[in-house]
Structures are given as structure tokens and as C-alpha cells.
Design a protein. Structure first.
Length: 481
């Protein structure tokens, strides 16, 4: 066999290359069918809709787009021309008249309707057009005539309306549930407040205010307003009361009465004890002491005996640290402004501020133990030196000069009868004997009485005499028969 001539082969390759580089044939644009311009129409129990795609790089994409447009045309038809039918169906499924327009115009209903139509709408005729795009690639555009039986269209509408009604019912139930939940929160807070559990009540209100904005009910702002008003009312009604232990006059070594502060709230003119409320007692002389109130709203601080003299002050306030751990800063700062103050004065009573004797002075009674009403008692005394003596009595509130020996001095170490008396009133009494080797600085009649302040001044004056002096006390109790 004769081999092909090499020149022939070269010529053949040139022809092929020239053919590939030439301009491509233009796509043929077929004549559009008349149905491509049709509006939605009903015929022979079917509804027809035309979908027109934009240009796509693949036929499948163009076909899908054309179907989507046809479906949208069907949905648009239902939402406009068939709206009366949709509204009637909505009423039969229980949608309220005031909500029908909002529901069938809403996105959820439109999506349900689109899905229902998509399942039932069938393509019947296709028409293809093509062109070259900017990159000289073929682009495709499709027209589709899609049909759906009117019965199926009604089914699609009914299905969408039913689902929309179900969703609406769910929304309404969710709204109702949210309102019930917020109402319960509000009621729970009020109950806790009435029980005196203020902190838990305030926490409930805080939770309500944070939850309400996320709830579907349109009444959320009303609940928030109610919570804020209750919070303001409760905070404004909180008071700290110095319940007991204030204004104490004590002697060194004496155990103070417990300091008690009561926390109360007064909403609606009722006074409620606030339980489990953190209080801290503060003083310059002791460490801060945190205490929770008891069921009666009382926080109690028990102090040890106080040995030093002076004035001690305590202040009870809501415990800032505890409150800040439990409540927002604004509420905590509001509460800590309350306070209750306590004052304790420790001093040696003037009766016990006895002098150091310069000589021995003795007092004695003819009755051992308690004195008896109506039974005569006798008190005697003696001095180690020649002296003058005054006898005063003190019943706890009033002082009285009972006896003065006069200008003559006692003989040293001789026993003299100071006073005789018949007790006529029960109680505790003290006889104070003051003696001096010189003269008393004043002249006083027997029977002269003194108030507590006056009596303190009299004793201090005699105790400060520059002469040798002595002081003795005799305490006794008078009881009934």
C-alpha cells in the first residue's frame, strides 16, 4: 500500500485548524409559542401558570428557575385573585378575623403555600432559547407552561391555611403560657415579700425583668413595669429599728444587754418582719460582726463583759458584701443606706467611787440578813480616831441625810448608836457613813433629800475634804412579812 504523501497530511491539518478558529454559528432563536405570554388561566378544571427563567449556563438550572417562577406565579395568584377563598378557609380553621390578614400575608404562610404548590404543580410544555454570553459561552433560558388541577390547588391552599392556623394556635398558646409564667413569677415575688423573705422576692423580680423581654407576649412591658414598681415600693419601705440594747449605762465588768436590730418593710401600711436578711454590726472597738435576721426580723449581737470605761457606739447596717453577692449593685446600694445606732456608756457609779480610808470606820446592824417591814432596826458605828460622822441613805434614786453626830466628836473605838428606824417600804437600800477628824464643809439639816445628781455632788464634796476621812457602806434589803 502506498503511504500518504507528507504534503497532503500537512494540508489536511491546516484545513482543520482554520475551521476551529472561525466564528461559531449563532444559536437559532426559535419563534416563541403564544402560551409564553399567557396570564394565569383556568380551563378544563386546571389552572395554568407560565414561568420564565433568566439565562443560565446549564439547561437544568434554567429549567429549575422557570419552575420556581411558575410556582411563585401560582402563589401570587392565590394571594391576590383567590384571597377571598383563603380568608374563608382561614375562618373555618379558627383563625380570628383580626389576625387573618396578618397571618396570610406573613412569611410562614407564604412558605407553606409555596411548598404545597411545588408538590402539585406539573410542567406540561417547555420552550428553550439560548444565546452567547460575554465569555462566548452558550446561556440557556426556559419557558414552562405548568398546570395544577384546581382541586389540587384548593388542597394546597387548605393545607397551607391549616398549617398556618396550627402555627397561629401554637403562637397564641406560647403567648398565653408566657403570660401565665410571668404572672406566676410576679405572684411568687409578692408571696415571698408578704412572708418577709425580701431578698428572695427581689431576686424573683430580677429574673422576671430579664426573662420578660424574650417572651412572645405583647404585655411584656407591663410585667416589667409592675416588677419595677414593686421593687421601688419594697425598697422604699425597708427600715432598721434599734429594737433593744440602746442607751445602756453599765459598770466595768458588767455584761451588756444584747444589741437587737429589727429589719421591717411596710408595704401597703402593713409592717412585715424581714427574715434571713444580712446585717453587720460595726464599731471602732470591735471587728465587724455579720448576722442574719431571725424569723421575727431581728439580728442579735451578744457582747462580752466590758471592762474599760467610756462610751461605745455600734452601728447596724445591711451587710454590703452579702447583698452585692446576691443582688444588682443599684439595689444593694439602696439598701445599705439604712442604719440603726446603739450607745453604751461604761462608768463606775458614783456610789461605788469610794475613798481610801485614812482610819478605820465600822458600821454594824442588829439584824442579820434581810430587814422586815414593821420590825425596828438599829445601826451602830465606831471610829478608830476621834471623829464626826454623817449617815446618808440611798434607795437607788434619792439620797437623804439620816443622821449627823453634831459638833462633838466621837470617842475613838467607842460604839455609838447611829440610827433606829422601822422599815415601812420594801426595797434595796444603802447606808453611807462618812467620817472626818475635822469639820464637815457645810451645815445641813437631818432629813434633807437629794436627787441622784445632787447626791453625787454631795458625796464628791465630802470625799474631797482635806482632812483625814473614812467611808463605809451598809447594804440591806427590806422584805415583807
Amino acid at each position: 500500500m502506498k503511504k500518504p504523501d507528507s504534503v497532503y497530511i500537512v494540508l489536511l491539518l491546516v484545513l482543520v485548524l482554520v475551521g476551529c478558529t472561525g466564528p461559531p454559528p449563532k444559536p437559532v432563536k426559535p419563534e416563541r409559542p403564544e402560551w409564553t405570554a399567557n396570564e394565569p388561566v383556568e380551563a378544563e378544571g386546571k389552572m395554568s401558570f407560565v414561568g420564565v427563567s433568566t439565562f443560565f449556563s446549564t439547561e437544568q438550572s434554567a429549567r429549575d428557575n422557570a419552575c420556581e417562577v411558575a410556582t411563585n406565579q401560582a402563589v401570587k395568584y392565590i394571594s391576590t385573585d383567590a384571597r377571598g377563598k383563603v380568608e374563608r378557609l382561614a375562618k373555618t380553621f379558627g383563625l380570628k378575623g383580626s389576625r387573618i390578614n396578618e397571618t396570610i400575608s406573613g412569611r410562614s404562610f407564604q412558605e407553606q403555600l409555596f411548598g404545597g404548590v411545588t408538590k402539585r404543580l406539573k410542567s406540561r410544555i417547555w420552550h428553550l432559547e439560548s444565546k452567547y454570553d460575554a465569555e462566548k459561552e452558550v446561556a440557556y433560558k426556559y419557558f414552562v407552561l405548568a398546570e395544577i388541577p384546581t382541586v389540587e390547588l384548593d388542597y394546597a391552599i387548605e393545607e397551607a391555611v391549616q398549617k398556618a392556623a396550627e402555627e397561629e394556635q401554637k403562637k397564641e398558646q406560647a403567648i398565653l403560657d408566657s403570660e401565665v409564667m410571668l404572672t406566676k413569677r410576679l405572684r411568687s415575688a409578692k408571696t415571698l415579700a408578704r412572708q418577709g423573705n425580701l431578698l428572695s422576692a427581689l431576686k424573683q423580680l430580677q429574673e422576671l425583668k430579664s426573662m420578660a423581654p424574650k417572651q412572645p407576649t405583647m404585655k411584656r412591658d407591663l410585667f416589667i413595669t409592675d416588677a419595677r414598681e414593686l421593687e421601688e415600693q419594697w425598697l422604699g419601705s425597708v427600715h432598721l429599728i434599734a429594737h433593744s440594747g440602746n442607751e445602756q449605762d453599765l459598770e466595768p465588768g458588767q455584761t451588756p444587754e444584747p444589741l437587737k436590730v429589727q429589719v421591717v418593710m411596710q408595704p401597703d401600711n402593713d409592717t412585715l418582719a424581714v427574715r434571713n436578711f444580712p446585717i453587720v454590726f460595726m464599731s471602732k472597738h470591735t471587728k465587724d460582726v455579720p448576722i442574719l435576721t431571725d424569723p421575727h426580723g431581728v439580728a442579735t449581737l451578744q457582747l462580752a463583759p466590758l471592762n474599760s470605761t467610756g462610751i461605745l457606739t455600734f452601728v447596724a447596717i445591711p451587710d454590703p458584701k452579702s447583698l452585692q453577692d446576691q443582688l444588682p449593685e443599684a439595689i444593694s446600694n439602696n439598701l445599705v443606706r439604712r442604719k440603726a445606732s446603739f450607745k453604751l456608756e461604761i462608768s463606775v457609779p458614783f456610789l461605788k467611787q469610794r475613798i481610801k480610808n485614812d482610819f478605820m470606820l465600822k458600821l454594824s446592824s442588829n439584824i442579820a440578813g434581810n430587814y422586815i417591814l414593821g420590825k425596828e432596826a438599829k445601826v451602830s458605828g465606831s471610829c478608830e480616831k476621834r471623829c464626826r460622822v454623817r449617815i446618808y441613805s440611798w434607795d437607788g434614786t434619792t439620797g437623804k441625810l439620816e443622821k449627823e453626830t453634831g459638833a462633838r466628836k466621837w470617842i475613838k473605838n467607842k460604839t455609838y448608836t447611829l440610827i433606829r428606824f422601822v422599815p415601812n417600804e420594801v426595797g434595796k437600800y444603802t447606808l453611807i457613813a462618812l467620817s472626818t477628824t475635822g469639820k464637815f464643809p457645810d451645815t445641813v439639816k437631818e432629813g434633807t433629800t437629794y436627787t441622784a445628781t445632787e447626791f453625787e455632788m454631795v458625796l464628791n464634796s465630802l470625799r474631797n475634804m482635806n482632812t483625814a476621812k473614812a467611808e463605809e457602806h451598809l447594804e440591806f434589803t427590806i422584805k415583807g412579812n
